[in-house]
Design a protein around this ligand. Structure first.
Ligand code: GLV
Length: 309
């Protein structure tokens, strides 16, 4: 019984240490070290290279170390019919909420524009906005969306949520499914995408949607680059319908140097680091699932394959 960690960043040792600190008896390997493939029963993955999940004859569980699992589902070489689990974590949700709040406030108080002006040596006071005048619409009301909605209400925003199914959150007007979509969009002065990336949601941030937002709306995408139609965003920013965008995720990461987002004054970019799993916070649930796997018990946060999340 052993675990393999597969990820392409420099965090394999960090994860290994966190797992072993919690349970020193575990057998854990990084995928690039020599390891007995037939002993591996759980793969703990984050944006693994395509093909890295083959050749594990006894693999029983693919565990994402983040909230998203799209990169596993998209890997056609990954073994099918194995359970996939995702991380649902309070700290991940709080970090996301804080990031989105920072982006919203930076926009309301013109901090993004002031930074550009500062570099150019321009002194130009600009009218700022107040939280109480703003309605934020959140697409995707899972753990992250709910946390954000609740926090934004506390700060005094008017908050609307949109999800696949009915939700009930204090002081948040929730809309569900296709029938509630247009009503949800028409009041969203700030639109935040926190949807999982699935066949249904791919390309959902497009011209048709943007046109349904009020004029001067601001769009924040902290979900996946695949939700965004980049040319449509650029068109709607350039024709003045949208006032700006805060983006953390892109079709290709790192985003290519020649991409027009880099130099666009109305786009605030961060490098897919709005909220990342803290090993100490999420390792307990990952090990809980490993134990459940061994004991044949129901797994936590298992992906429903036909939904894609
Ligand atoms: C981050 O993008 C995650 O899915 O956890």
């Amino acid at each position: 019984m052993a675990i393999v960690i597969i990820r392409q960043d420099d965090k394999i040792e960090l994860w290994k240490k966190a797992l072993l600190t919690k349970d020193p008896d575990l057998e854990v390997y990084g995928y690039q070290e020599n390891h007995p493939k037939e002993k591996i029963e759980m793969a703990l993955v984050w944006k693994h290279p395509n093909g890295a999940l083959v050749d594990y004859p006894n693999l029983k569980l693919i565990a994402s170390s983040g909230a998203g699992v799209d990169f596993i589902i998209e890997d056609e070489t990954a073994p099918k019919n194995l359970p996939i689990t995702r991380v649902v974590d309070d700290m991940l949700a709080k970090d996301m909420s804080e990031h989105v709040l920072a982006v919203i406030l930076s926009h309301l108080k013109n901090l993004d524009q002031y930074k550009i002006n500062q570099i150019k040596g321009i002194w130009k006071p600009m009218q700022y906005h107040r939280i109480s005048d703003f309605t934020v619409g959140i697409m995707g009301m899972g753990a992250l969306g709910k946390e954000l909605a609740t926090d934004l209400v506390k700060y005094g925003f008017k908050v609307r949520g949109w999800a696949n199914s009915e939700k009930n959150i204090d002081n948040v007007t929730c809309y569900a499914g296709a029938s509630g979509f247009d009503d949800f969009l028409k009041t969203a002065q700030i639109l935040v995408c926190l949807l999982p990336l699935t066949d249904e949601t791919s390309g959902i941030l497009n011209k048709k949607l943007f046109k349904k937002l009020p004029r001067n709306a601001y769009v924040i995408n902290v979900a996946r680059g695949g939700h965004m139609v980049d040319e449509d965003l650029l068109e709607m920013l350039n024709n003045g319908h949208l006032s700006g965008a805060g983006l953390d995720v892109y079709h290709q990461e790192p985003i290519p140097k020649e991409h027009p987002f880099w130099s666009h004054e109305k786009i605030q970019m961060t490098p897919h680091y709005a909220s990342v799993s803290d090993t100490n916070s999420v390792v307990p649930q990952i090990l809980d699932n490993y134990e459940r796997l061994i004991k044949g018990k129901k797994l936590l946060n298992e992906v429903v394959m036909h939904r894609g999340y």
